[in-house]
Design a protein around this ligand. Sequence first.
Ligand SMILES: C[C@@H](O)[C@H](NC(=O)OP(=O)(O)OC[C@H]1O[C@@H](n2cnc3c(N)ncnc32)[C@H](O)[C@@H]1O)C(=O)O
Ligand SMILES: [Fe+2]
Length: 525
Amino acid sequence: MPETRVLGIEGTAWNFSAAVFDEDLVCLHSSPYVPPQGGIHPREAAQHHAAVAAEVIGKVLAEAGDDIDGVAFSIGPGLGPSLRTAATAARSLALKYGVPLIGVNHCVAHVEIGRWYTKFTDPIVLYASGANTQVLGFLNGRYRIFGETLDIGLGNALDKFARSHDLPHPGGPIIEEMAKKGSYIPLPYTVKGMDLAFSGLMSAAKEATARGESMEDVCCSFQETAFAMCVEVTERALAHTGKDEVILVGGVGANSRLQEMLRIMCEERGAKFMAPPRVYMGDNGAMIAYTGKVMLEAGSTIPIEESFVNPGYRSDQVEVTWRNDAGELFAPGQSEITERGAEAAVDLTDTDAVKTRLSKGYRVPELDAHLIVERTRAEARCIAAARRGGVPVPIIRDVTGNAIVMEKLDGDVLKYIIGDEYAYEAGKSVGKLHKAGIVHGDLTTSNMIWKGGRVYLLDFGLAQMTDEIEPRGVDLHVLFQTLESTTSSPATLKQAFCDGYRSVFTGADAVIGREQEIELRGRYL
Ligand SMILES: C[C@@H](O)[C@H](NC(=O)OP(=O)(O)OC[C@H]1O[C@@H](n2cnc3c(N)ncnc32)[C@H](O)[C@@H]1O)C(=O)O
Ligand SMILES: [Fe+2]
């Protein structure tokens, strides 16, 4: 069968770009919109796209020839006016050539061009661009989002900071240059569970220059802090899934320090890392043409009358018809037992369990030391608070800078003995924990031990003190997912757990209700 040839059109934001892809990239042409001042103005970007569309597409078709089998375009996410301009061009070309139209998710296209270039089959993906920052991995027909920004994209944070100092758009590459001459000063580091936030960091960076810190130092610290946050979540996703490949995509992926940090993290864990070259990192037509081609081959086309753009289209909403692997949660030969923790190592003696937080070579030493000490202390504080709240937890014998020495619990890991009685007791322990103002952050049956008629809770590495319902709902959701995937009777176990949970905690119903909402949202946690 001859190779399918697809014309791809990208125009979600700053770049109007078109390409033809068959077995390889045939040609690619782009016309970037450069705002005269300030950031990207959606309507002006769309006007720019409309003005250059004929020329850019004309050049591509002149070079590649017009024997194409389909026309692909970015259907979302992106800026509404820009999306509509590119979509209009795509529709008219599909009609003109009498070929199918393919509506490509822009985020998934960043991922797919990365997979195409690196030849990695089942990687964890750090996708860092202007509007988006996500850690993704493939599981059962979809790209799951393991963690993402809760506020703005990393690129936008960099661009906005640069703009506040009258630097031209895009700020990311300028910050990269300035950062090379700077040294690290502390800025706020925000990882919440598996998610990230950048707007606090951006404000703190502005405040730092306002109080007289040098631009070079602040740029350096902005990068060191934000990138370490991204790499941390990427490493957690690796540990969680057992996958062993990492790729970096999206405009911010062009940054050589970010690439270096990911490379170091992967080397330390024995994973493979690759980043595609710059042309495939930022927005480009090749990623749309390539993804359009594999979608067309899988039969994923869209009728013209249904081809509305979707500015809020999420990567985890895409039905991935073109991958026929399931995506691994654990690579062959690996199991949860051999899972290498991302954060800490536990050594057992006859009587003690010593949990030592690991130093990370990708972080600047000062940030590394700070996070290790802070988190060790916070974990010890949560364990102590849980104990005061009557939750069965190990006794803490000692806390040093990077280690917690705890009582070793001789009991049965709940995962191996799970049954209704144990689930009920687990519900009581978690209920008491939540009542005491603590959220665990990583509740699985591997972190629970049955001893003396009670369920002990272990591993408070991601725990936090909070009164919010949402993270409590997430706690339950994570546990229920473990029950779903590791037991044959999750429904009765969940019921028993909830009975125990309600018996000790008056706020139980609100949390159980929230867990059901979280399940419906369908995001992978
Ligand atoms: C929805 C879509 O329109 C959007 N695309 C987008 O944001 O363009 P992209 O080309 O993937 O990324 C642009 C961002 O990438 C940053 N960037 C480019 N080179 C950089 C560098 N060397 N260091 C840091 N940031 C860089 C820019 O500052 C800008 O914020 C997205 O993927 O979220
Ligand atoms: Fe993009």
